[in-house]
Write a protein that binds this ligand. Structure first.
Ligand SMILES: Cc1cc2nc3c(=O)[nH]c(=O)nc-3n(C[C@H](O)[C@H](O)[C@H](O)COP(=O)(O)OP(=O)(O)OC[C@H]3O[C@@H](n4cnc5c(N)ncnc54)[C@H](O)[C@@H]3O)c2cc1C
Length: 251
């Protein structure tokens, strides 16, 4: 950890944390970024265990941020996957009304989809439903041909590789225990822990690894690492955030 001095620390290496780190590096190349992940590997929670659906943006209220982001995100995800050799399948989706009572809701969704700019939506009847899905039974259905599937673990892995190549550290086995905002930077004092403080200008990192333990070789139980993160102009100027994390295992 001796070289670990960061401008931005992202907590959590799910798809959001990795995508946020990627965006920061795209906007400001050279930013020193770390992504801290408590598990031994990335994408082990929602990202790696979800249904793998690339949603098109049918459900969200027209004009909402969710609607706009979902429509744009679907396109971006297909493009990203193609660029990185990650297979996707545009298998399409049927949203089926199985009785009369569900028809008004289906109509509402259909209109929403159009208003949100979802491409290729079609309202289909029972024959077309059966043709598309032999086990499907219903009165009517919205066919969303742009809905697809992808393995989000692979997307996360590609993002992790990208940000690592751009200079970021993705640190697994780092659980953040506490966050502390405080103004200014504490000066190092006498201490029985080391390597103490690493400073570059107004940024520094303090480690509580015992002095007699070679840096970078913490044991799972006793190592505590304090990362002090100085703000860059993406964030409010006055606060330094102290991130305290426990190493669950040797990185
Ligand atoms: C059952 C299910 C199915 C879904 N299906 C789909 C789908 O088909 N399509 C779709 O687009 N979306 C789907 N989603 C939603 C999607 O998976 C999530 O929106 C997305 O994965 C969230 O990403 P995340 O990075 O916020 O969370 P996560 O992937 O959960 O990542 C958070 C990470 O933070 C880490 N972490 C937590 N606390 C700490 C800490 N203190 N210190 C360090 N690290 C920490 C965790 O270990 C974890 O790796 C589904 C969600 C669920 C639950």
């Amino acid at each position: 950890m001796a070289d670990a001095r960061y401008d931005v620390v992202v907590i959590g290496a799910g798809i959001l944390g990795l995508a946020a780190a990627r965006e920061i590096l795209a906007r400001r190349p050279g930013t020193r970024v770390a992504v801290l992940e408590k598990e031994a590997s990335i994408a082990g929670h929602q990202t790696g265990r979800n249904s793998g659906v690339i949603h098109t943006g049918i459900y969200y209220a027209p004009g909402s941020l969710k609607a706009r982001l979902c429509v744009a995100g679907s396109r971006a995800l297909y493009e990203y996957s193609e660029r990185h050799g990650i297979p996707t399948e545009r298998c399409g989706k049927l949203i089926v009304a199985v009785d009369e009572a569900e028809l008004p809701g289906l109509e509402t969704l259909y209109r929403r989809g159009f208003e949100n700019g979802v491409a290729g939506l079609e309202m289909v009847g029972p024959d077309r439903i059966r043709e598309l899905e032999p086990h499907g039974v219903g009165l009517r259905a919205i066919l969303s041909p742009g809905t697809g599937i992808v393995d989000f673990s692979r997307v996360a892995a590609a993002m992790a590789a990208e940000i690592t190549a751009a200079g970021a550290d993705v640190l697994t086995g780092h659980e953040v225990d506490r966050l502390e905002d405080r103004v200014g930077i504490e000066r190092p004092g006498p201490s029985d822990v080391g390597p103490n403080l690493l400073e570059t200008g107004d940024r520094h990192l303090r480690s509580e690894l015992p002095r007699n333990r070679p840096a970078g070789l913490p044991t799972p139980d006793d190592a505590k690492v304090l990362l002090e993160v100085a703000p860059i102009d993406l964030f409010p100027q006055t606060y330094h955030t102290e991130v305290v994390c426990t190493l669950r295992h040797s990185p």
